[in-house]
Write a protein that binds this ligand. Structure first.
Ligand code: DOR
Ligand code: ZN
Length: 336
């Protein structure tokens, strides 16, 4: 196959940053997409309806300026002491999810809970308001490779105590978490990134460190990657696309301490097409990127399409002032 037309995709996990960086990242991340879900780990964090609305309006203004027809969905951060009122206000302001970042788990997550009991009032409110909980599922105190595995028991704690809460486990990175999501009730789903489907820890560390691939959760083994691919191409409604595209300035990715975050917005569909093609599953790409996520979130989906063609292109070393994944490599697929 040299050409593939699919319904316009949705990306249910993106970071757009703020300030001077917001415009370029927003354009790159929203173009060609029908929906994007914007993460709240800004500084200050999105923890109030006022901040959520201001952030939404700033992004929307950029889309209007560039005539990009993409729906943006917002998230707010669940932090200890936030209270019932703020949670309800964020939901009323249109937030699609409340995000749980364990304290210290990733970029700007110092203010998160150390245990779900730190935000029990907020979780109860989210459940009662029929909101959706999104989780960065890593245990900050565990060794890097075991952080996700060690957080599974915390998810089970939340599942038991909040029996009606719908939950998305973000950026699945291990075979064990894929199995766990499969075993949990239908109210639990998982997003999978393009980089966790394409790369392993060996791409990050062998033959010189590639800091563009340094992210949380850290890339795992080929065994894990294969399990993620099986999930993504399976057509199971529990698994859908969320890129976790997380740009950091080019210079910051080249000096110590390198921040975690993989900028994949410019390459995510090319990477996905490559992986799906290698696994004889190009016919499942549309379900994973364009159907499963909107169905799980209950979002209406339009009848717009995009076309990918097989035409090699070389990824530049710097895009939008950031250091993109696959820099310097030739990718096979591009969007027309
Ligand atoms: O690597 C990551 N970077 N993982 C995250 O969860 C957050 C992100 C960021 O914001 O830079
Ligand atoms: Zn993220």
């Amino acid at each position: 196959m040299t050409e593939l037309t699919i319904k316009q995709p949705s990306d249910f996990h993106v970071h757009l940053r703020q300030g001077d960086e917001l415009e370029a990242y927003t354009v790159q991340t929203a173009k060609h997409f029908e929906n994007i879900l914007v993460m709240p780990n800004t500084k200050p964090p999105i923890t109030t309806a006022e901040r959520l609305t201001a952030y939404h309006n700033a992004i929307q203004a950029i889309l209007v300026k560039h005539a990009i027809d993409c729906r943006i969905f917002m998230a707010f951060k669940l932090v200890p002491g936030m209270g019932e009122r703020a949670v309800l206000d964020c939901i009323r302001a249109g937030a699609l999810i409340g995000k749980y970042y364990p304290s210290g788990s990733t970029t700007n997550a110092e203010d998160g809970p150390t245990h779900p009991s730190d935000i029990k009032e907020e979780l109860r409110t989210l459940e009662q308001a029929q909101g959706i909980l999104s989780i960065h599922a890593e245990s900050p105190t565990s060794p890097e490779f075991l952080k996700e595995r060690d957080f599974l028991s915390t998810i089970e704690y939340i599942l038991e105590r909040y029996p009606k809460l719908r939950i998305v486990i973000e950026h699945l990175s291990t075979a064990g978490t894929v199995d766990a999501v499969l075993g949990w009730p239908d109210r639990v789903a998982g997003t999978i990134t393009a980089h966790h489907l394409r790369y392993t820890v060996d791409d990050l560390l062998t033959d010189g460190i590639d800091s563009s691939l340094y992210c949380k959760p850290i890339l795992k083994t080929e065994h894990d990657r294969k399990a993620l691919i099986s999930a993504a191409i399976s057509g199971n409604p529990k698994f859908f696309f969320g890129s976790d595209s997380a740009p950091h300035p080019f210079e910051k990715k080249h000096i110590f301490p390198v921040p975690a975050g993989a900028y994949t917005a410019p390459v995510r569909l090319s990477l996905l097409a490559e992986v799906f093609e290698e696994n004889d599953a190009l016919h499942m790409l549309e379900y994973f990127t364009s159907t499963a996520g909107t169905a799980w979130y209950g979002i209406s989906s339009s009848n717009s399409y995009i076309t990918l063609i097989k035409k090699p292109w070389k990824v530049p070393d710097c895009i939008d002032g950031a250091f993109p994944v696959a820099h310097g490599r030739t990718l096979q697929w591009q969007i027309v």
